[in-house]
Each structure stands twice: as C-alpha cells, then as structure tokens.
Design a protein around this ligand. Structure first.
Ligand SMILES: *[C@@H]1O[C@H](CO)[C@@H](O)[C@H](O)[C@H]1NC(C)=O
Ligand SMILES: *[C@@H]1O[C@H](CO)[C@@H](O)[C@H](O)[C@H]1NC(C)=O
Ligand SMILES: *[C@@H]1O[C@H](CO)[C@@H](O)[C@H](O)[C@H]1NC(C)=O
Ligand SMILES: *[C@@H]1O[C@H](CO)[C@@H](O)[C@H](O)[C@H]1NC(C)=O
Ligand SMILES: *[C@@H]1O[C@H](CO)[C@@H](O)[C@H](O)[C@H]1NC(C)=O
Length: 482
C-alpha cells in the first residue's frame, strides 16, 4: 500500500521515459499494476506490460524535482506491495529514497505565502527542503500566531501553518482582540515586503498607530533597542482621538530597524517589524512607444505606473514597486494590441461582409435575400476590446395577405399562409365566369415586403368597353388595351 502511495505522491516530479528495465525473478512476486496511470497520462505502465505479478523490480529513468534532475529510479515488489521509488544518479550507485514533496494548498485566505521572494497564489507542489515564508495579509490587521518560516520535510510542512488572529479593527473592538497596528508614511517611502516586514528608506518619517479603545486605558509602545527615543501619544486628529495611540518615528535611520510592539491596557500585544534599508532599484527601461510610464522614483517603496495607448492593453502588472532586494516587484508589463472577441452566435442567413477586430475596426453584416436586418448593420470595436453592440439578426421578409378582387380568386393555394408570404412568392389571379381581368394577373412578393403590383380587377366585358382608362389606388394609371 505505502509503496504505491509513495509512488503516486511523486508523480508530479517524475516523468517516465519510454525505456524501462524489468528484472525477472524465479518466484512469483504478486504485485499488481503499479497505480500510476491515473495521475499522469505520460506514465502509462500498461504500455510496457499488463501483468506485473512476476516482476520483482521496475527500473525507470526519472526526471526528479523542480530542476528535472535525471536519475535512475526503481520500485521493488516486497510481499505484494510496491516499495519506492529509490533513485540513484548512476546505474551502479547507491539507490536512496527520494524525499516526498509538499503541497501548499492555498486554502488560507488570510495568509500570504512567498517562496524565494515571490508570492504563491495557487496550489503548488514544493520539493523536500523548500522554505516558505508566511505572513498575515493586511499589515497590522491580523496578528500571526505560529512560526512564519515553513520547511517542507518529507511531505509535511514543519512547523504547521500559522494562524492569523483578527485585531480590534477587524472585530470592531468587540471581544478580547489584540490591537491593530496601522502605518502611515509621513515623508519618504516604504514598502511591506513578502516577509511581512515594513522596509523603510532612510530618512523617512513613519507613524505607527496602535488602534485600541482609549476608554480602557493607555496602551504602551515598546521596541527592543535602547537607542530609540520616540514619542507616543493619543492622536489629535478628528475620528482617531479615542482609538489611535500613535508612535512617530522621525527621520528613520538604520538603527531604527527593530520590532515595535503595542501592548494594550488589557495586556494584548501586536508586533510589526521595521527595517531601514538604503536600497535603490535600477531604472526601468521600456522600449515600446505604446507604453506610458509614470515613475515616482527608484528608491525603496517607490512605484512605477504603466498604461498603454488606446487600442492596446497591459500584459503584466500595471504597478511595480521597488522592493527591499533592489528589484522591482515584477517585470515591466508590455502593451499588446486589443482585439475584440471573435463574433459568435451569428444567426442563420446572416453574413459578415467586412471584419476588422482591431480597436476602431468595424464588422459589417448583411442578410441573405428575403431577410431583413434587425439591429445595427455594423459594430465597432471599442477601446475596451468589446463590440459596440449586439450582433444583428435576420428576420424573414413577408408580404401581407394579397387582396382578392370582387368576382375574382387566387389560383395559387394560399389560405394557410396568413400574412406570411415570403419574398419571391408568386400569386396568380383568375376571374369568375363572365368577368375579365384588368391589371396584372400575377403578383410577386418583393424584398421591401410589398407585392409587386396592386391586385387586378375583375370586370364584366361591358364595363371594360365603357372606359379606356381606370384609376387604381388614385396614383396608378393603367391603360387598358381594347
Ligand atoms: C537494462 O539492463 C541491462 C542489463 O543490466 C542494460 O545493459 C541495459 O542498458 C538496460 N536498459 C536500459 C534501458 O536501462
Ligand atoms: C464591524 O462593523 C462593520 C460596519 O459597521 C460591519 O460591516 C462588520 O461586519 C463588523 N464586523 C464584525 C466582526 O462585527
Ligand atoms: C504576456 O506576457 C507573458 C509573460 O511575459 C507572455 O508569456 C505572453 O505571451 C504575453 N501575452 C501576450 C498576448 O503577449
Ligand atoms: C528576498 O528579499 C530580501 C530583501 O527583501 C533579500 O535579503 C533576500 O536575499 C531575498 N531572497 C531571495 C531568495 O531572493
Ligand atoms: C482595422 O481598423 C483599424 C482602425 O480603424 C485600422 O487602423 C487598421 O488598419 C484596420 N486593419 C485592416 C487590416 O484593415
């Protein structure tokens, strides 16, 4: 059981190659198929053989760990269970167990986890020995209970992940919460590092507010080094007088690097770490003419803001901050052209006659013959990469019920259509016995939804002879040939 499980846990770091080496023993070993196919499709063991009951050992080349180290590995069948893998860097070297990796599940919304100064924002596997740094998100708003350095020890994070305890501002001063600590940069610059420490550029002035209820008594600010002489007092600003016990750190220098603790009257504490470092980041060079950059400066805590010219959008972070390691928080972004999405759900009978999905481009539509466009005949690709409206529809064009003249009838079967005569429909008229048709004897439904001609008349021959011309619908003059 354990063997198969171990092997399973390793699969993300092991990529089996096609070749493999199996040892045939004298006796039956009765191990079943190593259960590896389910996790990694590259690792289809049945490709090699389906019966493992007579196999004592399977060797395979493995690519192990994040660096894809090429090792020779083996699992052994012992008493019906696969044990391993054991790996070695040379075929005749010593085979040793590889240590299990750890999974960071990212299911602690209040914890910020970083690995080598980069934030980890999704579930990630880490090899044995990896070190994560954890802190509570929202500087000073939660108090961390537990260790902030975690090490992957053969599949387990050691020690356990810390907890983030809500402070007064989060609990609205209810219950027995530790005080919130808030910081304000009065002058200069500073940044909260991935480690949770506040890094401050020399000569900056920073205010720390211990947020606790004044009615319960005065809290106390403390720090470890005897050197610091700082003043603390209740804030005099409106809205803060009853809650913000303020420590002002003027023109900070390296000797002010320390941990600052506020102890509430009830004895609850919260601590922040401050480091004063003289760090400058290299200037940011972006070559593209499409990118616009506003850089506050290159000192620790300074930021650079980016935007793109119309028709382009940022790929990457819009704001970079100069971090304590002398690097910007991420690579500068690039501007990539904005395209509107591919037009989907084009209804039947609709066709696109012009298409340009760049910003400012147009999509023009047309309906098939006999159909009318409902909606905008064209859309424009707007600056935010969306089309200016909905794709239009095509609805069939119909002519109304044709009028039937007195003493006349339609030869075409029409009773079922009820005003739904499509474009191209042909109607043929006939007159009753003793009447003659005057006008067009056939009409066609045209694309504008009207019949090609008005209905004819059915007149007795005597009347036709009386008049050479008759007026139809006031405007249409029909000349009658005798
Ligand atoms: C399999 O083992 C044999 C003998 O130990 C060796 O010569 C051969 O190279 C191995 N094949 C692979 C693919 O490792
Ligand atoms: C604190 O107060 C705010 C607004 O008054 C409220 O939205 C929030 O739910 C309260 N939080 C707690 C923990 O009671
Ligand atoms: C955005 O940036 C990433 C990483 O820098 C790159 O891999 C990706 O191709 C870029 N996307 C576009 C659309 O240029
Ligand atoms: C992380 O950043 C700190 C300063 O912010 C630096 O001292 C440390 O060397 C960095 N660690 C790595 C692994 O880059
Ligand atoms: C698409 O439209 C844009 C904006 O009007 C224009 O600059 C571009 O040249 C057009 N592309 C093509 C292929 O016509």
């Amino acid at each position: 059981m354990i063997s198969a499980l171990l092997f399973l846990l390793f699969t993300p770091w092991i990529l089996c190659e096609d070749e493999e080496n199996v040892t045939f023993p004298q006796d039956e070993f009765k191990c079943s198929l190593p259960d590896v196919t389910s996790l990694d499709t590259n690792l289809d063991v049945t490709r090699f053989r389906s019966d493992f009951s007579k196999i004592s050992e399977v060797k395979f080349p493995g690519l192990i760990g994040p660096l894809n180290e090429r090792l020779i590995c083996k699992i052994k069948c012992i008493d019906g269970n696969w044990v391993g893998p054991l790996c070695s860097s040379t075929p005749d070297g010593r085979f040793q167990p590889i240590l299990r990796e750890c999974l960071y599940r990212n299911d602690h919304p209040l914890l910020a986890i970083s690995f080598r100064n980069s934030s980890i924002n999704k579930a990630t596997h880490f090899p044995h020995g990896s070190v994560l740094v954890s802190r509570c998100k929202h500087f000073g708003l939660y108090k961390m209970k537990g260790e902030n350095i975690l090490r992957c020890e053969n599949g387990e994070w050691t020690p356990k992940l810390p907890e983030c305890v809500p402070t007064t501002v989060v609990t609205n001063f209810t219950g027995d919460a530790p005080p919130t600590i808030q910081y304000t940069i009065v002058s200069g610059s500073a940044v909260v590092e991935h480690s949770g420490e506040l890094y401050v550029y020399p000569d900056s002035t920073v205010r720390l507010d211990c947020v606790t209820s004044r009615a319960l008594g005065d809290p106390d600010w403390s720090w470890t080094q005897a050197l610091g002489q700082h003043s603390s007092a209740w804030s005099t600003e409106e809205g803060e007088k009853e809650t913000h016990y303020r420590l002002t750190l003027n023109k900070m220098s390296v000797r002010h690097s320390d941990q600052y603790t506020c102890t509430s009257h009830a004895g609850h504490t919260n601590t922040v770490l401050i480091k004063v470092v003289n760090v400058v980041c290299p200037p940011i060079s972006v070559s593209s003419t499409r990118i616009r950059q506003f850089t506050q400066g290159t000192r620790l805590g300074h930021s650079a803001h980016f935007s793109c010219q119309p028709g382009y959008h940022l790929n990457g972070s819009a704001i970079l901050t100069c971090m304590g390691n002398g690097q910007w928080s991420s690579l500068p972004p690039t501007c990539v052209e904005t395209f509107c999405p591919i037009l989907k759900s084009l209804g039947p009978h609709l066709s696109v006659v012009e298409y340009n999905s760049s910003f400012g481009g147009r999509a023009m539509f047309q309906c098939a013959w006999g159909y009318r466009l409902v909606g905008a005949p064209g859309l424009e690709c707007e600056i935010d990469g969306t089309w200016s409206g909905e794709v239009p529809l095509c609805s069939p064009i119909y002519c109304p019920d044709p009028l039937v003249p007195e003493n006349g009838r339609l030869l075409t079967q029409s009773s079922i259509k009820h005003g739904m005569y499509p474009v191209g429909d042909l109607m043929i008229y006939a007159c009753e016995e003793g009447y003659e048709i005057v006008g067009e004897s056939s009409i066609v439904c045209t694309e504008n939804g009207f019949w090609s001609h008005p209905p004819p008349f059915c007149l007795p021959p005597s009347e036709i002879r009386k008049a050479d011309t008759i007026f139809v619908e006031n405007t249409t003059l029909i000349h009658i040939e005798e």
